[in-house]
Design a protein around this ligand. Structure first.
Ligand SMILES: [Zn+2]
Length: 230
């Protein structure tokens, strides 16, 4: 994988005995890629990621994967709260919902796939732990958003995208969300509808109304089935 080095001072040591087992995807949410990269490298901003992928597919490397980059903020997944400690973070250039959210160009997604395949192989990251920022921080974040092509990534070998929408959910929907990893009350102080909307943003973006319907139940059941195989 070809990178352009754009080192950021915004990192620290990963805590001992913590596996790297999450790949966390973001959008930059700024008007230009250059502005986003400048911020990720600004010591006063105190934010970073391991990589940024620009819209033309150029990959910038900011922080070594063996260091903790600062991209997740207050977050939760499957009982863990320091998501930075156990993740590799990729920022994907897109203006985001604030500045004109738009689809991700093919060249950009091709680079995300090439980079992501190397990362999940290097750290043996399970497909069920390839996540968006909105999955781990649903009350604060909506990135990489409903236009992100999770299905394309899954076909390329990164992350899950259930093929069946007919699985039967045998647990309560909220308990199923918890079992998959989402943080709900009492673990996280966030309205349940907000978490369901984050679930929909990732897995069923055609309708994001914060209400679990039968299609959501089938998707969650399929995801939980996949978990059992990992
Ligand atoms: Zn983010």
């Amino acid at each position: 994988m070809q990178f352009i080095a754009a080192p950021s001072p915004n990192f620290d040591a990963r805590p001992p005995a913590t596996p790297i087992d999450i790949l966390l995807l973001h959008y930059t949410g700024m008007e230009t890629g250059a502005a986003a990269i400048a911020r990720l490298c600004d010591p006063d901003a105190r934010v970073s990621s391991h990589y940024t992928v620009d819209e033309d597919g150029t990959v910038y490397a900011h922080v070594s994967e063996d260091r903790r980059a600062w991209h997740a903020g207050a977050s939760y997944w499957a009982g863990a709260r320091d998501i930075n400690a156990r993740s590799v973070g990729i920022e994907i250039v897109n203006p985001g919902h604030e500045f004109g959210y738009r689809s991700f160009p093919d060249a950009q997604i091709e680079s995300v796939i090439a980079l992501g395949l190397e990362i999940v192989a290097r750290h043996s990251i399970p497909p069920a732990r390839v996540l968006g920022h909105s999955d781990v921080a649903p009350a604060r974040k909506t990135d990489p958003g409903e236009l992100f092509p999770w299905g394309t990534l899954s076909l390329a070998g990164i992350g899950l995208w259930p093929q069946t929408r007919k699985a039967r959910l045998t647990v309560d929907f909220e308990d199923g969300l918890r079992a998959f990893g989402y943080g709900l009350k009492p673990d996280m102080d966030v309205p349940t509808a907000t978490v369901i909307e984050a679930f929909q943003r990732h897995w069923r973006p055609a309708r994001m109304d914060g209400a679990a319907d039968t299609e959501c139940e089938a998707i969650l059941a399929a995801l939980l089935n996949e978990l059992d195989y990992q």
